[in-house]
Design a protein around this ligand. Structure first.
Ligand code: ADE
Length: 257
């Protein structure tokens, strides 16, 4: 997977060299290029923002600078005509902007994007970016996504891009040491529940015993215990996930929980 990230703080992404992500880069599973948006400016101050039209606090990122950068990274001619019905062609890059006012980024989005060949992330700062930028690229046939990572406001898109990047790339085949850990986790699959609690050895620690069924050796009982725990935990903490469950896919024992 090819990944371009555009930011006014590209050094922020140096940390990607660490840990599993660094190993994935070494193995050629992912290639990441972090660009400085200011490299596409032409003025002596290298300015990337301007005051909001219509008034208001803060600064808004300028469309001209972003467009010069994105035309180059996406391979789009500066004079490409608009087409309101343009549809992205398979295998073409996906352009992603983190934005606190956008739909929430979910595990389903991460799964879908893990199949893309090329992702281009644009990190906004200040009060955000000019709203014409995503629309411009949509009308040139680019698959443009805007996502919020949660109902809170960050200082810029860099943290949000790191979150999305990790959620997406860990799903790439061969990224994780143990592929099973992806299959069993929270938010995965058609009947996504929060994951059951986990325990390790010793069986008793500071007077606290692990649930006895987990050391019973009875796999059927262990599975049932974990499923009940996941259902109970999800209904307490995230009733919205329970409301979205496909009832037809639940078994009789689930309905008793
Ligand atoms: N930029 C600032 N806050 C954000 C959020 N919550 N999600 C995505 N991008 C952001």
């Amino acid at each position: 997977m090819d990944i371009d990230i555009v930011s006014v703080f590209p050094e922020y992404f140096d940390v990607l060299n660490l840990s599993l992500f660094g190993k994935a880069m070494e193995r050629g599973l992912v290639t990441v290029r972090a660009h400085n948006l200011r490299d596409w400016t032409h003025d002596v101050h290298q300015s990337v923002d301007d005051t909001p039209v219509g008034g208001g606090a803060g600064m808004v990122m300028k469309p001209e600078v972003w467009a010069e950068c994105l035309d180059e990274l996406l391979g789009i001619a500066a004079d490409a005509p608009a087409d309101a019905d343009a549809t992205p062609s398979p295998g073409s890059p996906v352009l992603i902007f983190p934005n606190p006012s956008a739909p929430l980024f979910t595990q389903q989005d991460a799964t879908e994007l893990s199949h893309a060949e090329h992702l281009v992330f644009g990190c906004g700062r200040y009060e955000g970016y000019d709203a014409r930028i995503p629309q411009y690229y949509r009308e040139r046939g680019v698959d443009v996504r805007e996502y919020s990572i949660g109902d809170y406001v960050l200082n810029g898109g860099e943290v949000a891009v790191s979150v999305m990047l990790e959620a997406i790339t860990r799903l790439l085949p061969g990224f994780m040491g143990n592929a099973d850990s992806i299959v069993e986790e929270s938010y995965t699959g058609a009947n996504a529940l929060l994951e059951h609690s986990q325990y390790t050895k010793p069986a008793t620690w500071r007077g606290m015993a692990v649930p006895p069924v987990l050391i019973s050796g009875d796999h059927g009982k262990v599975d049932r215990f974990r499923r009940d725990e996941a259902l109970g935990k999800t209904s307490r903490i995230r009733p919205d996930l329970i409301a979205r469950l496909d009832c037809a896919a639940l078994d009789k024992a689930d309905r008793k929980t």
